[in-house]
Design a protein around this ligand. Sequence first.
Ligand SMILES: Cc1ncc(COP(=O)(O)O)c(C=O)c1O
Length: 438
Amino acid sequence: MDVAVNSLAEFWMPFTANRQFKQSPRLLVAAKDMHYTSHDGRRILDSTSGLWCVNAGHCRPKISEAIARQAATMDYAPVFQMGHPQAFELASRVAAMLPDGLEHVFFSNSGSESVDTALKIALAYHRARGEGQRTRLIGRERGYHGVGFGGISVGGIGNNRKHFGTMLGGVDHLPHTHDLARNAFSRGQPQYGAELADTLERIVALHDPSTIAAVIVEPLAGSTGVLVPPVGYLQRLRDICTKYGILLIFDEVISGFGRLGSPFATDLFGITPDIITLAKGITNATVPMGATVVSNTVHEAFMNAPDGAIELFHGYTYSGHVLACAAALATLDTYAEEGLFARAADLAPYFEDAVHSLKGHPHVIDVRNLGLVAGVELAARPGAVGTRAYDVFVACYNAGLLTRVTGDIIAISPPLIAERGHIDEMVGIIGDVLKTVA
Ligand SMILES: Cc1ncc(COP(=O)(O)O)c(C=O)c1O
């Protein structure tokens, strides 16, 4: 093997233009609270909570210390036919945060795994009830549910179909809710689009309700560009699913743990799904972890299996990893002690005003927001979708601000510890950069 020390060649980077990046790398070497430090010694303000995940800010002592303590006490314990107290404690704590009736938690290691777990539970649930013919899964255009084959199948991103082929069979999709003609520059939930949920009635009629296992949506679609649900839309989905005995899955990998100024999106919208998927903020992103929370009704259907039978034939070596559990317990303490979800709600109106001040800046065709999430959509360059936002991303980074762009949309989702001054700085840098980018 002939590998140069400090070569950039060997690490095949995820969701990255590798050749472009390696010509001009951006490396982060330290982090504290609202800031990263770059390899060239600059302070970089984090407007994206890493990747929508560091909700309590970086390197919070309580969390770091809990991880270190746990690593020195017990580094790993198996959870197949064995257990450790932290996994049980964490499951109880997560269940206690969610609406009544969502009380059973299956752990995994990522959002992608939490989604694939949810889809498998949905299929096995119907089978356990004697309706094994319910095998269809319904997702939504512009949905992002991670990168497993289940997640990309129910997700609604063309590139996955282009690169990875036909994927899971028996999947159909709702239309997305993005509608600039009617909803551009909405503050909070857009007014128009609830009727798009009625497409589910047509999909149900087409396939017959007896074939459909579950519908999965992000309450607020994050990764495909901050698509806020129209007023009334999620309630209609809930009603139609209930009417036909279809499970409703909320993918709260981004919206969970305070991002929208409430503990979870289910609280904010007052709509209870049958299954919720979580990841990211559960450990403040310090140790990878995913969780799939299911209703008591779903769980009970599995508990009629014969004595000694494994009720759910599924699991990961690192399900409920003890380091992740220690990190998550300390994270939940930090959220509670510092009242961070309420803090996000308090800051949200200021954040809303700040991001909407970008209206009128060059290229800006929409600004939308909910809680501490905003999307600033730019007009695409003819024939070169995404290049303008990418240039904004690089220019912001050079000016000391980490942003996240997807297509031509700049997504802002700061840690919940942000001060007003941080918001001003984020919006100021983005505004200045927009004036310089062609
Ligand atoms: C809604 C949603 N689901 C699933 C995932 C996948 O999570 P992970 O990257 O941890 O697999 C993401 C990641 O951004 C997400 O936003």
